[in-house]
Design a binder for this molecule. Structure first.
Ligand code: GDP
Ligand code: MG
Length: 441
């Protein structure tokens, strides 16, 4: 597997500066093979790898990852970006029923998908109408009717008066039917051939012109591998489409077609079909597809864990530094002043993982509180600040008078200080980061 091959190129360096050209090349070679094995078309692989190498050259060496891992991470991010950069939802018509037309080769999964899509829309409160425009294959109409019944969506099919035998008339009549029966989405299933042919394209184009679809979806079987790109291009030229549906992703195809089609046609993959059951259907998830194409979920998991572990190490180191000396009220004050200076600390904290609780505290805290704390600590003697244990009752009332606060304010502060110190000790022992010392909970 790719993971095995990559581990050979994994050198456990935590380098400095930029990724080395050798590291990038070695990893890029493996990525190239992985993409080809996933049936990504060669020209697409070439462009993609070139783009990744370009980006890798500019990248700082991560402290958390070895160079090979880092290149893999870049590849994964770029894949997700390309697969999902422009993922969009279905476009609904502003007036009248929304018309969705399906096109694709025979066996691609159109008829199955029509029913899946109908069910999905129905679950969202839509009232779809299925339209049988495949009048070529024996039983095609019946297949749609059976599926329609399963999902509880009516099927408009040719019968005397509906334009028997002519898919364009059936399609046209279905729009009138949808308006009469108040359907808000019309899903038009069409015929396909085993290979691309002119007559089929002409028929699909005729249906398209008759119903003026809001969306034409190109349905393609992920199992057909490299051929997917040729077919996708032929349908783009012959009928045109707005989005792509990838079917049979429950099989063992790695789905490189998704990347090829997206890159070459510029049309986004919108839905994924993942089985013969009518509920085996979902909107397309670029991240899942990316890790499927790369086929190294384990490497990606490793990378995630390495980064997480590194963050924990960092947090621990920071905590040790804080608790290295005796934590005094002077340190406590210095920390608060730092917080005040940092002002927009939230934006920094947002970038750190596992800081949710602290972020909330900061978002909710009152800056004047820091001023009050500062006034109290400034009214203490250096000895009191260095060794807060000596602050007894009479010292507390002196400090309160000096700072213009009440004795209970002083008590509150001293309590909070001891609380913070306890917390830092826990942190240093590896208990994580429960909160920021000195912050009012
Ligand atoms: P059409 O010719 O494009 O209308 O394709 P069909 O909807 O008739 O599907 C062809 C075959 O593929 C049928 O046997 C379907 O049950 C099967 N099929 C469709 N979608 C999927 C899928 O996502 N996964 C699997 N395993 N089979 C599928
Ligand atoms: Mg069909």
């Amino acid at each position: 597997t790719l993971s095995d091959r990559l581990s050979a190129t994994f050198k456990n360096l935590r380098g400095k500066g930029r990724l080395s050209e050798a590291d990038i090349d070695a990893t890029a070679r493996e990525i190239r093979i992985a993409l080809l094995e996933a049936d990504v078309a060669l020209p697409v692989v070439k462009d993609f790898v070139a783009a990744v190498k370009e980006r890798a050259r500019g990248e700082e060496v991560s402290q958390a990852l070895n160079p090979a891992q880092q290149v893999v991470k870049i590849v994964n991010e770029e894949l997700i970006e390309i697969l999902g950069g422009e993922t969009r939802r279905l476009r609904y018509a502003k007036t009248g029923p929304t018309v969705i037309m399906l096109a694709g080769l025979q066996g691609a999964g159109k008829t199955t998908l029509a029913a899946k899509l109908a069910l999905w829309l129905k679950d969202q409160g839509k009232a779809p109408l299925l339209v049988a425009c495949d009048l070529q294959r024996p039983n095609a109409v019946q297949q749609l009717q059976v599926n329609g019944e399963k999902v509880g969506v009516p099927v408009f099919a040719p019968e005397p008066g509906n334009g028997t035998g002519d898919p364009v008339s059936v399609a046209k009549a279905s729009i009138e039917e949808a308006k009469r029966k108040l359907h808000d989405v019309v899903i038009v299933d069409t015929a396909g051939r085993l290979g691309v042919d002119a007559e089929m394209m002409a028929q699909a184009a005729g249906i398209r012109d008759a119903v003026q679809p809001d969306e034409v979806l190109f349905v393609v079987d992920a199992m057909i591998g490299q051929d997917a790109l040729t077919t996708a291009q032929a349908f783009l030229d012959g009928v045109g489409y707005d989005g792509v549906v990838l079917t049979k992703l429950d099989g063992d195809a790695r789905g490189g077609a998704a990347l090829s089609i997206r890159q070459v046609t510029g049309r986004p993959v919108m839905f994924a079909s993942t089985g013969e059951k009518l509920t085996d259907f979902d909107v397309f998830h670029p991240d899942r597809m990316a890790s499927r194409i790369l086929d190294m979920g384990d490497v990606l998991t490793l990378i995630e864990q390495a980064e997480k572990a590194f963050d924990q190490e960092e947090a621990l180191r920071a905590a040790e530094k804080l608790t290295g000396g005796d934590f005094t009220l002077d340190d406590f004050l210095a920390q608060m002043q730092q917080l005040k200076k940092l002002g927009s600390m939230t934006s920094i904290l947002k970038m750190l993982p596992g800081m949710g609780q602290i972020r909330d505290q900061i978002e909710n805290f009152d800056e004047r509180e820091i001023d009050r704390v500062e006034a109290i600590i400034r009214s203490m003697t250096p000895a009191e600040r260095a060794n807060p244990k000596i602050i007894d009752g009479s010292r507390r009332s002196r400090i309160a008078k000096g700072s213009g606060r009440t004795v209970s304010d002083v008590n509150g502060l001293v309590d909070r200080f001891f609380e913070a110190r306890k917390m830092m000790m826990q942190m240093a022992r590896g208990g994580g980061m429960p909160g920021m010392p000195g912050m009012p909970g």
